[in-house]
Ligand binder design. Structure first.
Ligand code: AMP
Ligand code: ZN
Length: 481
């Protein structure tokens, strides 16, 4: 099926057309590994995972997906110094060598990151490589040389800067997010890896070494400039390392549009003479209880925090991906609980299909599939796709299907699970047979109609068959005695 996706470059939903026949190439800006990833970060990785899975399952594409690891930037350098940060948490050993320290420190958070994304149902086998920036310094140095030799960089205070005003004359700067050049500070230079749109000015490609910081030797135009790369440069060099340019899709959170991705475009053009990618895809932010997540507001959560509170990590996955990726996601505990119930409703339907004996109900599974897939193919519209699924389940949960329809339905739900990755298809020994579920559902109906004698009769029948039924706030709970 034809996939459509919103492209931040054109600000439109476009038909996705891959560059190569063999595979679709996706590059995702990965984590900065100076701490545990928080659930906001998780939203951006779950978005990339959803995009991967829809392209594969609905679009039928093979995919090469690369997610970089930022293991060198202002924050990893700051916190990998044994005097600062999360050192105690992370460290097995510390040394006097800043390079060894940053590698060990970030390795701890890389391992934690891999654990966390696996817990929320991202299959790391789908990711071709997680390149660490510190393993690709050579490629970064090569790119700086290209940019410099093409006249778009200059050296000042032993740092190398990208010359934005020079670049602006050749190609527009601000293709992803409009930039107000009235505020442009010509000749002002920014050394920080992160900065605001209002601060647009020349940005750093290479930073001169500072005391107690890791560094690499680098010589440019006869100047000895030992130091380390700027954050924006890292991604441009790693993209070139893993893909032919331009590659198909670049993902990240909306905060990366400027400066990170704008600077990637500038660097790639100025160095390699080409756009890095064709489709720029960004997910909106996740907020907590309507507020920006921040440690100072006390609303900052990692996956580990939520696990400690007793939440199931697959419910977190479902709650995040069930909202459209281009709308703000308001994270609440009630939201996870609601997602958990929704997930269970589908799971119960799958169990009832697996358990049921043959009936005579027929179902047009292809029509259902078409409705669900067309929503997923249309800019990953999971809320509409899920609405189709729930509408179907609500009006079909008590039916006994003939074998053909039952098998087709199971096939469809298995395929959908290649995308949602939250359901299971093994009948567990304690799973409840569909006949018992049907009695329980009939009892709900009887209670709704205030037919309490029928409700009691149904309860007794359930008990006779060896099960207990307990009323809960939402509906009921069945257990085998
Ligand atoms: P970082 O580890 O800060 O480099 O961020 C990793 C990814 O998380 C990037 O794609 C960011 O855009 C994304 N991100 C950070 N905070 C949020 C948030 N609150 N909601 C959604 N995505 C986020
Ligand atoms: Zn990046």
């Amino acid at each position: 099926m034809q996939i459509k996706i919103f492209n931040t470059l054109s600000k439109e939903i476009e038909e996705f057309k891959p560059i190569k026949k063999e595979y679709v190439s996706i590059y995702s800006c990965g984590p900065t590994v100076y701490n545990y990833a928080h659930i906001g970060n998780m939203r951006s990785f779950l978005f990339a995972d959803l995009l991967y899975r829809v392209l594969k399952t609905v679009g039928d594409y093979d995919i090469k997906w690369v997610m970089n690891i930022t293991d060198i930037d202002d924050k990893t350098i700051r916190d990998s110094n044994p005097k600062n940060g999360n050192w105690l948490d992370a460290m097995k050993k510390s040394s006097n060598d800043p390079f060894e320290n940053i590698r060990n420190f970030t390795e701890f958070y890389i391992d934690s990151f891999i654990d966390d994304i696996q817990k929320v149902g991202i299959d790391t086998n789908n990711i071709f490589e997680f390149p660490r920036a510190t393993d690709h310094i050579e490629e970064m140095i090569e790119l700086i040389k290209l940019i410099y030799n093409n006249g778009y960089a200059y050296i000042a205070d032993n740092n190398v800067y990208f010359n934005v005003s020079k670049w602006k004359e050749y190609k527009q700067y601000g293709r992803l997010k409009k930039i107000d050049f009235d505020n442009f500070k010509k000749g002002v230079r920014i050394d920080a890896d992160e900065y605001e749109r209002e601060e647009v000015s020349d940005f750093v490609l290479w930073k001169n070494k500072k005391e107690e910081e890791p560094f690499w030797d680098f010589e440019l135009d006869g100047n000895k400039l030992s130091g380390r790369p700027g954050w924006h440069l890292e991604c441009s060099a790693m993209e070139k390392k893993f893909f032919d340019l331009p590659f198909d899709i670049h993902t990240g959170g909306i905060d990366l549009q400027f400066p990170h991705h704008e600077d990637e475009i500038a660097q790639s053009h100025a160095g390699y003479g080409i756009d890095p990618t064709v489709y720029w895809c960004h997910c909106e932010f996740l907020e907590v209880e309507g507020k920006k997540m921040s440690k100072s507001y006390g609303n900052y959560y990692t996956i580990r925090d939520l696990e400690e509170k007793g939440f199931d990590t697959l419910d977190i996955r479902f709650s995040i991906i069930s909202q459209h990726y281009r709308t703000k996601y308001n994270f609440t505990f009630d939201g996870i609980t609601a997602a958990s119930k929704g997930r269970k409703r589908v799971q119960d339907f799958i169990y009832s299909l697996l358990n049921q004996s043959e009936g005579d109900e027929d179902c047009d599974v292809n029509a259902l599939k078409e409705k669900i897939y067309s929503n997923l193919a249309n800019d990953l519209h999971t809320p509409k796709a899920l609405a189709e699924i729930f509408t179907f389940i609500n009006s079909n949960k008590n039916k006994l299907f003939n074998n053909k329809s039952k098998n087709e339905l199971l096939e469809l739900f298995k395929e959908l699970n290649n995308i949602f990755n939250i359901w299971e298809f093994e009948i567990k020994s304690e799973s409840i047979p569909s006949e018992i579920i049907k009695l329980a559902e009939d009892r709900v109906e009887a209670k709704k109609n205030k037919n309490y004698s029928l409700a009691d009769e149904l309860r007794n029948k359930i008990i006779e068959l060896g099960y207990s039924i307990k009323d809960t706030k939402e509906s009921y709970e069945l257990t085998k005695d």
